[in-house]
Each structure stands twice: as structure tokens, then as C-alpha cells.
Design a protein. Structure first.
Length: 299
């Protein structure tokens, strides 16, 4: 997936036709068609329906559009920052949830080290609330976090990808025999929290009306420790699907029949007064591209 393919896609959406998009981008109509086809093949989806009266975006196209615009915008910002201020350099102190550090960000770190060797990265895994507060007060330059889309005072944020959640249990847990789960099933089972302080725990527990009189909660800061606790039968856990895909595939963990009533996203946040920092701009652009490629490779 390339930026020029995304630009062709967004221009077709904007102009309403492949021919007009070609004129806007000063290229041929077959070039636009080729770029859209390559993008569809890379993602494994169809983005447009060809109708007698024109074209119509598919549901996949509708979902891709904001991410495509985001990547194009951030890429342009990075290009301008580099052109105006030279190669990004200096130290970036970054906060992140452990699940993102271990399962989303390692390819990004590798990319940044190769592409921008003058940028020194320092990555710290802590819970999202502490990370965002530390960005606001200047202890961190920026942070990756999982949460709902909402305004965050003093911060610029960008969505990198949806982050599907899964409710998991060990293979011998009684709830694995159920065809569906009731609220009582969930609230009467020990809940194992990985990454204590993650906002998706609060959203889940609020949706079920959790309180201190309900089943006990086992709090663990380590994702790996939480997975081992669940696999041994100590309780159930709500976790990003990306962190447990291997264990679900080989049967060490079991997906329970639960569907989320809320959506969360992997996001990147930085202080509004840090928006012109070339290193931050380069990191935002790289994160959008790397995470997008990662998600596409898993679909």
C-alpha cells in the first residue's frame, strides 16, 4: 500500500469518477485504475462498485477513507517538516501501553531507526492515563494509547487503527461451554485485568455496572502474566485481539461468545505546541504507514 494509491483513492472519492481524478492528479485514467486495483489487492477488499450512473464506495471504502486521508495528511506534514527544517533529529521520549509496545510498535521502531538514525527513541510502557498526563506536563513528547475517540484537552491525536477486543478464557473454563454469555456470567467470573488503568477496562466494566460487590478482580500489569493466569483457569480477561492471536490459534486460550458494545482504537497523541517538531511529525507519519501496513497484512 503506497501513498500515491491512497491519494488516487481519496481523489476518486472527492471527484466522483476515475476520469476526473486523473485530470485532478494530472495523470491518465488507466493510471488511476491501476493504482486503485493495486490498493484493493493489497488490502484484499473491493473499494468501489461500478454502477450504470457512476461509482459508489463499498463499506470497506467508507472505513478506509478517514485513515487514507490521515496518512496522506501526515505524509505531507512530514515532507514539509523535513524540507523546511532538515532531517529530523533529537530525542523523543514516548509513552505506550505494553500491548502496543510488544505487538504493534516494534516494526515502527525498526523503521524509525533505519529511516531517521538521528532521532533517538526512548519508549516507556505505562498505563494510558499516566502517559497522556505526562505528555501534557512535558515529561513525555508523545504517547501511543488505546481508547475511544474523544477530544483530549491540550493534545493533538490521530487514529492509527481500530483495535478489536476479545474476551478470553482458559480451555477448561466453564464459560467455554456456553453458546452465549449473560451479564451474570461475566460479572460472576473473576476478571483478570492486564494493563491496569487501560480505558477499555473502564468502558467494559461501566457497561456491566461492575462494583466492589461483584466478582473479584485480579490486577496484573504484565500482558504475558495475564495470559498465563487466564490459561491456568484463574478467570477471564478482556484484551486486544492482537495480543492473544497466537494463543487463540493454537488453543491455549479460547475466545468467549462476547461482542463489545463500544469501540476503541490505537491512537497517537502529542502536545498541541509540539506539532511543528520535525521528529514528532516524522514519527506520526511513520506510525500511520507502518500500523496501516501491519493491519492490512493480518486481514
Amino acid at each position: 500500500m503506497e501513498t500515491r494509491q491512497l491519494l488516487a483513492f481519496t481523489t476518486v472519492v472527492q471527484t466522483g469518477s476515475f476520469t476526473k481524478a486523473a485530470a485532478t492528479l494530472n495523470c491518465s485514467q488507466p493510471t488511476i485504475t491501476t493504482r486503485i486495483k493495486a490498493l484493493e489487492e493489497a488490502l484484499g477488499v473491493v473499494l468501489f462498485r461500478r454502477l450504470p450512473r457512476g461509482i459508489q464506495m463499498t463499506s470497506a471504502g467508507v472505513e478506509l477513507l478517514p485513515f487514507a486521508r490521515n496518512i496522506i495528511n501526515l505524509t505531507e506534514k512530514a515532507r514539509k517538516a523535513i524540507t523546511m527544517n532538515g532531517e529530523p533529529h533529537g530525542k523523543l521520549v514516548i509513552g505506550s501501553a505494553q500491548s502496543l509496545t510488544d505487538y504493534r510498535l516494534l516494526p515502527l521502531i525498526e523503521y524509525m531507526c533505519w529511516r531517521y538514525p538521528s532521532v533517538q527513541l526512548s519508549l516507556h510502557s505505562r498505563n494510558a492515563l499516566n502517559n497522556l498526563n505526562s505528555v501534557r506536563d512535558g515529561q513525555l513528547d508523545c504517547a501511543f494509547f488505546i481508547g475511544a475517540i474523544e477530544p483530549r484537552e491540550g493534545l493533538e491525536t490521530t487514529v492509527l487503527c481500530p483495535e478489536p477486543l476479545v474476551m478470553i478464557a482458559g480451555p477448561n473454563h466453564v464459560l467455554t461451554q456456553r453458546q452465549s454469555l449473560s451479564e451474570d456470567d461475566l460479572t460472576s467470573s473473576t476478571l483478570i485485568r492486564a494493563e491496569n488503568g487501560a480505558s477499555y477496562h473502564e468502558l467494559f466494566e461501566h457497561s456491566l455496572g461492575y462494583d466492589d460487590t461483584r466478582a473479584p478482580v485480579l490486577e496484573l500489569d504484565s500482558v504475558d502474566a495475564a495470559k498465563r493466569a487466564v490459561a491456568s483457569g484463574l478467570g477471564i480477561a478482556l484484551m486486544p485481539e492482537v495480543t492473544v492471536s497466537a494463543e487463540l490459534a493454537d488453543g491455549r486460550l479460547v475466545r468467549l461468545p462476547w461482542s463489545s458494545t463500544f469501540r476503541v482504537y490505537t491512537q497517537f497523541g502529542w502536545r498541541q505546541d509540539n506539532s511543528t517538531n520535525p521528529a514528532v511529525t516524522a514519527l506520526v507519519s511513520a506510525a500511520a504507514q507502518v500500523v496501516s501496513d501491519q493491519v492490512a497484512s493480518l486481514t
